[in-house]
Ligand binder design. Structure first.
Ligand code: SF4
Length: 312
């Protein structure tokens, strides 16, 4: 539920780079601002130096990490350095030789500015994939969560991103059963999910975190109600994922090959620019490179296909 960040490097050609730590937001269910302190952005020079070194060591994809990456630089920017923004950081990383794919997470809708949307559209190496932690579609619940945006603002933001960035995939986090959530509030979440058409979502049942304001709220929701809502939410999310993935059938997509597929070692696995998982038949020597794959089966949770050989 917390917009947390992974720590380890999974593959030699993919790396996570922390650009900031901590959080200033105090969402009422979250312990992060108490345990990790306030937002602290790393100096851009240090980040760029780290990524240049990663590129020299063969890394092709970097994911810029922070609890709230879109507010990167807010604590560094001043009159002498007005240029320190997340959009400008993306531009600088985009210019590093050898880095072919740039991703970032996590994004809080309240801080997602137009310059970042334009950077996603204009910068060749910034991938068309965004993880926007929505948490709820009810403006009333969002207020109690201390999220600082409304249902309409959230839907408007996703529309703007989809209208601006071709082929973008938008994923999200949703919490069901937050204290005081009524059936009407839950219906607002389903409305949001249908309006935004998320490619996929991590959905969670609300559980108390000691020391947070939400844990002390009196109107906690019954477990059976929470589970029922989660199941209904998953039904809607899966239907949407299947609809979004269906047009991938017969398309050729560029896949960064990660290695053998977990389910079938005779196949390879990798990710599209929009971060969709692809299992495919192909050449094992392609691991760590980007290859064209024709999709011949577009499932709800992943795509299946075969590597297209380059013309001689
Ligand atoms: S934005 Fe909210 S949920 Fe995310 S880390 Fe900060 S306080 Fe926690």
């Amino acid at each position: 539920m917390v917009e947390d960040i992974p720590a380890a490097h999974e593959y030699p050609f993919k790396a996570f780079v922390t650009i900031m730590q901590g959080c200033n937001n105090f969402c009422s269910y979250c312990i992060v601002p108490y345990t990790r302190g306030r937002e602290h952005s790393r100096e851009p020079e240090k980040i760029l130096e780290e990524i240049e070194n990663l590129a020299k060591s063969g890394v092709k994809e970097v994911t810029l990490l922070g609890q709230n990456v879109n507010s990167y630089g807010n604590d560094l920017r001043d009159e002498s350095r007005p240029e320190i923004t997340f959009a400008n950081l993306l531009k600088q990383v985009n210019a590093i030789d050898g880095i072919e794919r740039i991703r970032f997470m996590t994004s809080n809708p309240k801080d997602f500015t137009d310059d970042v949307i334009e950077a996603m559209r204009d910068l060749e190496h910034v991938m068309p994939s965004v993880h926007l932690a929505m948490q709820s579609g009810s403006t009333r619940v969002l207020k109690r969560m201390n999220r600082h945006y409304t249902k309409e603002e959230a839907i408007g933001l996703v529309k703007k991103i989809k209208d601006t960035v071709p082929d973008v995939a938008v994923t999200t986090d949703i919490i069901v059963g937050f204290p005081g959530e009524t059936e009407e509030d839950f219906q607002d979440t389903l409305d949001l999910v249908r309006a935004c058409k998320f490619d996929s979502a991590f959905s969670f049942i609300y559980s108390k975190r000691g020391g947070t304001p939400a844990a002390k709220m009196e109107d906690q929701i019954d477990d059976a109600v929470k589970h029922d809502r989660l199941n209904r939410l998953l039904g809607v999310l899966h239907e949407i994922s299947a609809d979004i993935n269906a047009p991938y059938d017969q398309r050729v997509v560029e896949v960064l090959v990660e290695g053998p597929s977990a389910r079938d070692k005779r196949r390879l696995t990798g990710r599209t620019p929009s971060n969709k998982l692809v299992n495919f038949t192909g050449d094992a020597s392609a691991v760590g490179t980007i290859v064209p794959v024709r999709i011949d089966q577009a499932g709800t949770f992943s795509l299946t296909g075969y590597q297209v050989k380059e013309e001689a």
